[in-house]
Design a binder for this molecule. Structure first.
Ligand code: TXA
Ligand code: MG
Length: 347
């Protein structure tokens, strides 16, 4: 058991951030807020420090980590080449919820990349994350700050629940603004390939560099045997203890189907997760609305938190509304489908 230091930080000028940065630089583990989800950081140059991340999360060691830096100037030392398209994406979306994969240089510890010859990098836009990394003065390897397999943490209390006693320090701040992990683009190939959809959408990216490729394992209709290019995408993920069933279709059919399923699973404890638009039909059930479909960013931001809340309620089955895959909808449906183990009903 580690004696975890828990600190609440609201401002980049908070003196405690200096201490957290020192812990990181000297080889400790620090969980911190980012605009996507909370991350669990360690000095990416020290193999022993990085190893503590895998231990704390119970993370399989074949799953590489994203390295976080504070500014574009810090990238060149870590990799061997930046294409023009990569430069354009860096200019357009960094700092922000976009991770880019490059050919790896020699500097970072081997276990960061789990034996791959490529390296994933991003610059977070959250001011506390950015300042923390700048103060640490070293690149920071950081996966989401959850126990492997659980939904990523979007609030400090999720991190405390999962990691207290397992890491050296937890920084608690506000709720993560995006609420889904970063978009991942593999820039080692042309056209570059989307490996994980996130807050920076396909439409955003194609607007800057033209047509991109999409990892075939992300396409819903494919069989399960196609191996994702981002190793972490193969694991069951984002899953609450409850079984999740996603129902996708027009609102009338959707409401009818959810009622039908409620009848079929009578006797089980059922939760309904939906938008404001159809919430009025389910007020007598255990229910959580993720927000209005007119603001899909809210639906994204509230998804992981809601999945964790259903666990607190102890429900057996979550009946979840599915959404269109336009814009951020692509990332929402990717996470929902994974939470449901692709148990999706189209009506
Ligand atoms: O928003 C985020 O990206 C958050 C915050 C903390 O920055 N981090 C995050 O890390 O989601 P993690 O470890 O939960 O997810 C990283 C994903 C995994 O699926 C991993 O397999 C993939 O990125 N990945 C990392 N390095 C890679 C590489 N070199 N090639 C392919 N996939 C890679
Ligand atoms: Mg993760």
């Amino acid at each position: 058991m580690k004696d975890t230091k828990i600190i609440e930080i609201k401002s980049v000028n908070d003196i405690e951030l200096v201490e957290a940065a020192r812990i990181l630089r000297e080889g400790g583990t620090v969980a911190f807020p980012t605009e996507t989800v909370y991350g669990l950081g360690a000095n990416a140059l020290i193999e022993k420090a990085v190893n503590q991340i895998f231990v704390a999360k119970g993370r399989p060691d074949d799953n590489p980590l994203i390295v976080h830096v504070a500014s574009k100037d810090d990238v060149d030392d870590l990799i061997t080449g930046v294409s023009n398209k990569a430069k354009k994406l860096m200019d357009a979306f960094w700092p922000g919820p976009l991770t880019l994969i490059f050919k790896k240089g020699k500097l970072v510890a081997d276990n960061v990349t789990a034996g791959l010859d490529s390296l994933a990098i991003r610059i977070p836009s959250h001011p506390i994350a950015n300042k923390l990394i700048e103060l640490a003065g070293v690149p920071i390897a950081a996966p989401s700050a959850n126990i492997s397999g659980k939904p990523s943490p979007t609030e400090g209390k999720h991190v405390v629940l999962d990691l207290v006693g397992k890491v050296d320090c937890i920084i608690i701040s506000d709720q993560s603004e995006v609420g889904l992990e970063s978009t991942i683009m593999d820039m080692t190939q042309d056209p570059p390939m989307l490996l994980r959809p996130g807050g920076v959408t396909i439409e955003n990216i194609e607007g800057i560099i033209g047509e991109i490729a999409v990892d075939p394992s992300l396409e819903e209709k494919l069989e399960g045997h196609i191996k994702p290019r981002a190793p972490g995408m193969k694991y069951i993920h984002y899953s609450p203890k409850a079984e999740v069933i996603v129902i996708q279709g027009n609102p009338t059919n959707l409401v009818n189907k959810i009622n039908e399923l409620k009848e079929i699973y009578k006797g089980k404890k059922i939760g309904v997760m939906c938008s404001d638009e159809i919430l009025p039909y389910f007020l007598e059930d255990i229910h959580i609305s993720l927000g209005s479909k007119s603001k899909m960013e809210d639906i994204a931001a509230n998804l992981f938190k809601a999945l964790r809340e259903f666990d607190e309620f102890g429900v057996d089955i979550v009946l979840a509304e599915g959404y269109d895959t336009l814009g951020i909808g692509k990332a929402i449906m990717n996470r929902l489908n994974k939470a449901a183990g692709f148990n999706i009903v189209k009506v």
